[in-house]
Design a protein around this ligand. Structure first.
Ligand SMILES: [Zn+2]
Length: 284
């Protein structure tokens, strides 16, 4: 069922539904039907006059320039504020209420199967961080499409690759560079607990629950920076296409250790030692 992506005939269909709920919070639903081949990847975010423009432009960069498959149809929900976001996680994305309460505390976006849920925190500012958030969550939508399900790939690689994609999108929009983000992340992880302890523990970082526990304990920013740098190392070493192939392999077989080893020619434990040595070298 891989070819579902990218092929849908016709042009973009955008319908707008703004539902205003209680307490002044709103919920915007944007259904997309994209023909990526008909879209021109944008070079300048100044051309984005709406959230639809932004999503369409970012999808064009991801699909046409980074070679990431996206579902032909997907829906973007935008909530204004934490309470609406939490409710949306339950009602629109069918997340368990306990998990939705936890997620809405620390997350402002989530990518699910053919769904993207964003909390704009009531802000009308549409700057670089907003575009980064859209690209990050759209990368998860792509990963889930490739793996045909959630949580099947290494979680640190899913998060790290989503960050890498988001920065690659910002680079194409002339808003940032991967090199800059690499430098910022390298400074950011210098005192990260895992580096200080010289133990990354990819076993824990590899599953969604473990990743959440680690970023709550060790700090969200440095944990995402660590995930980005590990994905960046793998992408620099083996190429972005290999990482894309890895996510595809997660659909065919549900063995995270074998999928990693077969795609990258190296077991997770050996990779952990190699990337730890690399990180210790670069943070100096
Ligand atoms: Zn993420």
């Amino acid at each position: 069922m891989k070819a579902v992506a990218q092929r849908l005939a016709g042009t973009l269909v955008v319908a707008f539904i703004v539902l205003v709920t209680g307490c002044g919070s709103s919920r915007v639903v944007l259904p997309f039907a994209l023909d990526l081949t008909a879209l021109t990847p944008p070079r300048d975010p100044a051309g984005f006059t709406s959230n639809e423009d932004a999503v369409r432009g970012i999808a064009a960069i991801m699909g046409r320039e980074l070679g990431l498959p996206l579902p032909a149809r997907f829906t973007v929900f935008i909530y204004s504020g934490r309470a609406g976001f939490e409710r949306g996680l339950v009602e629109d994305a069918h997340v368990a209420p306990m998990r939705a309460a936890e997620l809405s505390e620390f997350a402002v976006g989530i990518g699910k199967r053919r769904l993207l849920l964003l909390n704009d925190e009531g802000s009308t500012a549409r700057g670089r961080e907003w575009l980064r958030l859209i690209a990050h969550e759209l990368a998860h939508v792509s990963q889930i499409e490739m793996a045909e399900g959630e949580g099947r790939a290494e979680q640190w690689l899913a998060e790290g690759m989503a960050e890498w994609v988001a920065f690659a999108v910002l680079e194409r929009l002339s808003l940032d560079t991967i090199a800059n983000r690499r430098a910022v992340a390298t400074r950011g992880i210098r005192n990260h607990a895992a580096l200080v302890a010289a133990r990354l523990d990819l076993e824990t970082l590899g599953n969604p629950r473990g990743f959440t526990v680690r970023h709550l304990r060790e700090g969200s920013l440095p944990t995402y920076q660590l995930a980005f740098l590990m994905a960046d190392y793998l992408i620099t070493r083996d190429g972005f296409e290999r990482v894309v192939e890895y996510f595809r392999s997660c659909e065919r077989r549900r063995d995270r250790y074998a999928n990693f080893r077969d795609t990258f020619g190296q077991g997770l434990e050996d990779f952990e030692q190699e990337v730890l040595a690399h990180l210790k070298r670069v943070v100096r």
